[in-house]
Design a protein around this ligand. Structure first.
Ligand code: GAR
Length: 212
């Protein structure tokens, strides 16, 4: 059983989608070891506690990033976490955090990266006039919303959309994408080629005769 450490800052709907997927048997071989929030009033942590998952509040306000991250790393290690899941965790990770879990941190972002990194990605896409929007699950590296992409889900931007309806429809895709991406990563059936994530099933032997 692989142990997930969930980091969140707010609402926690992606955490709940992951918990539901495990409960329903759609995401197998995984358990939630700890849910950590950096915000005292995070609804996600309250939901996690109500559902009797182990939770921790490690407040970030007014603290140096490296010190705060060191406390989070210790908590993740204490709970023997294999894979760190950023689920609406609105704080940059220090290089020390990324080095502590090499290629073992995933993030979800509500845009089709590399378009619209950063805050309010759905509003950015809407105001830009994008015709296609969506979400991205990716490995975390030292740059913001940047690491190798595990999967993306795309939806059309409708004439009837506003930024809120678009965000709601992207969120529905996130709830499908994240459990699926976690399952793929936990299966180990992939290779990272530079910043390309390639599924093992797609790493077919070349069927052509190489040209000399
Ligand atoms: C989600 O839309 C997630 O993609 C986004 O925050 C929201 C959290 O919702 N994350 C980012 O923008 C990270 N750059 P949730 O708390 O209901 O899961």
């Amino acid at each position: 059983m692989k142990r997930l450490g969930i980091l969140l800052s707010g609402r926690g709907s992606n955490f709940l989608a992951i918990a539901d997927a495990i409960h329903a048997g759609r995401l197998t071989g995984a358990e939630i070891a700890i849910v950590i929030s950096n915000q005292a009033d995070s609804y996600g942590r309250k939901r996690a506690a109500a559902l009797e998952f182990p939770t921790a509040l490690i407040e970030s306000k007014g603290r140096k990033r490296v010190e705060h991250d060191a406390e989070i790393i210790a908590c993740l290690n204490e709970h023997e976490v294999d894979l760190v899941i950023l689920a609406g965790y609105m704080r940059l990770l220090s290089p020390e955090f990324i080095a502590a879990f090499p290629n073992c941190i995933l993030n979800i972002h509500p845009s089709l990266l590399p378009a619209f990194p950063g805050l309010d990605a759905q509003t950015q896409a809407f105001e830009y006039g994008a015709k296609v929007a969506g979400c991205t699950v990716h490995f975390v590296d030292e740059q913001l919303d940047h690491g190798a992409i595990v999967l993306q889900r795309a939806i059309p931007v409708l004439e009837s959309d506003d930024a809120h309806s678009l965000a709601d429809r992207i969120l529905a895709e996130e709830h499908i994408a994240y459990p699926e991406a976690i399952g793929r990563v936990l299966s180990g059936q992939y290779a990272l080629q530079g910043r390309r994530y390639v599924r093992k099933s797609d790493l077919a032997e070349p069927s052509h005769i190489p040209v000399k």
